[in-house]
Design a protein around this ligand. Structure first.
Ligand SMILES: [Zn+2]
Length: 501
């Protein structure tokens, strides 16, 4: 008996310690698209009375969303739509419409900031929220306009840090959303991070499925202060405001691209128009139209100019909904340096993330053929380790989208922790007049295939070591050449004076 009891105890403690949360046991959904919930249908005006009688008879809830000269348009649940289809009535589904017809509560939500937060957001809502936060937290948030879109909408850069703290060793990290204006969940991931870092709670986890106990609910003040005192968090919440506007107010098919019909994530000047036929297109009507020349689009130029000045060490560009973290390089035929720091950190970033889908988040490279992407441009031209995070859902009902938002929290949280804590070498260089300089730097103890260049951040050259704690570099400045080596297990900072002696 005692033996059995001990055995039971051992077995149960094993299950307790080895048991991992599986998606199925918590909550999972494959209802990740808007059209799995509601359809938009149209009824000709001749049929209108018959139709209304029928839905009253069947007690079907339906919402009128638009009227034109010939038709009345309704939003109807997927279930009711199939129910009605049995009847002998001419009901047509609408294939293209502005998203506001589907999410027609947006107008009401926009009456107050509190309700605005409780659903998908258009450009005006996002702008109101970030400016409200700036007014409320002037110590933490500054906003700069990078430029205007083709349709004259401001593209903002949000700078989140402790602006009253003059720590000269802040690390720059960069987040962006809505390269594709139809991917509304991407802005949710970004706003959620901003809210949590400011100590605001935007999602009431207690209202979600009761098994969400292990989710990241809040970040304690002390930890938030460490993050904001030591990181310069740069955020472009809406890369493509014109696409976002088109999606909400013109056509669900127009949201992906910008005002000139360019897929901004095929327009970056890196392997732009590579020989791959699948990667991007020269046809304006294609969903992956690469634009008129490398970096032809204003939105891309603003970002390139910003990153040339401010750089970053880690970056996330949000997309939906492949449920993956994409590691650079994502363009075919490009080779990663060896050892592969991007892969090393990606494994850490993935930890504890939760998709609320049947399959959890995975790491991937070269998921599909692309060229001219922001991720690869950033990685190659600035040395910033840039990921594409493809969120786990497309556009489900907002109550379901909340699961995707909280499940993604560990991803950005891990990235911030990595930026804070991982071993790195930070170098500052000075000439013989004690002026800061930016010499050419070649890394000798990595196999490098794509001639990556490494930007400075405010006169500092910052290199995260990843799997290899040694660094061997050659520095060239005018006629001076120096070879230097380090082994560093923590944060190693050094000032180097390049003189002709
Ligand atoms: Zn996308």
């Amino acid at each position: 008996m005692r033996f059995i009891l001990i055995l039971i105890l051992i077995l149960s403690s094993c299950t307790l310690t080895t048991k991992k949360r599986t998606t199925q046991e918590v909550f999972s959904t494959e209802k990740i698209h808007w059209y799995q919930y509601y359809q938009i249908i149209k009824i000709s005006k001749n049929n209108y009375n018959n139709f209304i009688n029928l839905i009253e008879q069947k007690s079907i809830e339906i919402k009128k969303v638009h009227v034109d000269s010939s038709y009345v348009y309704f939003k109807i649940s997927h279930y009711d739509y199939h129910n009605l289809k049995q009847e002998n009535l001419s009901i047509e589904t609408v294939q293209d419409f502005p998203f506001i017809w589907w999410d027609n509560d947006l107008t009401l939500r926009k009456n107050s900031l509190k309700t605005m937060i409780e659903g998908y957001k258009d450009y005006e809502s996002i702008t109101k929220i970030i400016f409200f936060l700036k007014e409320k937290y002037p110590q933490w948030i500054r906003i700069k306009e990078l430029g205007k879109s083709y349709n004259n909408k401001s593209i903002y850069l949000v700078h989140l840090t402790n602006h009253q703290n003059n720590n000269p060793y802040k690390i720059p990290v960069y987040f962006n959303a809505l390269h594709h204006g139809n991917e509304l969940l991407t802005i949710e991931y970004i706003l959620d991070m901003i809210f949590l870092l400011l100590g605001e709670s935007n999602i009431d986890i207690n209202q979600l499925n009761s098994l969400q106990q292990n989710s990241l609910k809040a970040i304690p003040l002390q930890e938030r202060e460490v993050i904001l005192n030591n990181l310069d968090i740069f955020i472009i919440p809406v890369v493509n405001p014109d696409g976002l506007d088109n999606f909400w107010y013109k056509s669900i098919h127009k949201g992906r691209k910008n005002y000139r019909n360019v897929d901004l994530n095929r327009n970056y000047p890196i392997y732009w128009n590579s020989s791959s036929l699948e990667a991007s297109s020269s046809l304006v009507e294609s969903y992956k139209f690469r634009g008129f020349s490398p970096g032809s689009e204003k939105e891309v130029q603003y970002i390139i100019n910003f990153l040339k000045n401010d750089s970053c060490n880690f970056a996330i560009s949000y997309h939906t909904y492949a449920n993956k973290i994409l590691i650079p390089y994502t363009i075919e035929h490009l080779w990663n340096p060896i050892p592969d720091r991007a892969l090393y950190f990606a494994k850490k970033i993935l930890q504890n993330s939760f998709s609320y889908r049947a399959k959890n988040y995975e790491l991937a490279r070269k998921l599909y053929a692309v060229d001219g992407t922001d991720q690869d441009w950033i990685y190659n031209r600035t040395g910033c380790i840039a990921y594409i995070v493809e969120g786990s859902m497309n556009l489900p009902e907002y109550s379901v989208a909340k699961y995707s938002i909280i499940g993604l929290r560990p991803i950005w949280y891990n990235l911030l922790k990595i930026a804070l804590e991982e071993p790195r070498i930070e170098l500052e260089f000075f000439d013989n007049k004690n002026q800061p300089i930016k010499p050419d730097i070649t890394i000798n103890n990595y196999y490098i295939f794509e001639k990556e260049s490494f930007s400075f951040y405010k006169n500092r050259w910052i290199f995260y070591l990843g799997p290899n704690k040694k660094l061997d570099i050659t520095i060239k400045y005018k006629n001076i050449e120096k070879n230097l080596q380090w082994e560093c297990l923590d944060i190693c900072r050094e000032k180097i004076y390049l003189t002709n002696i």
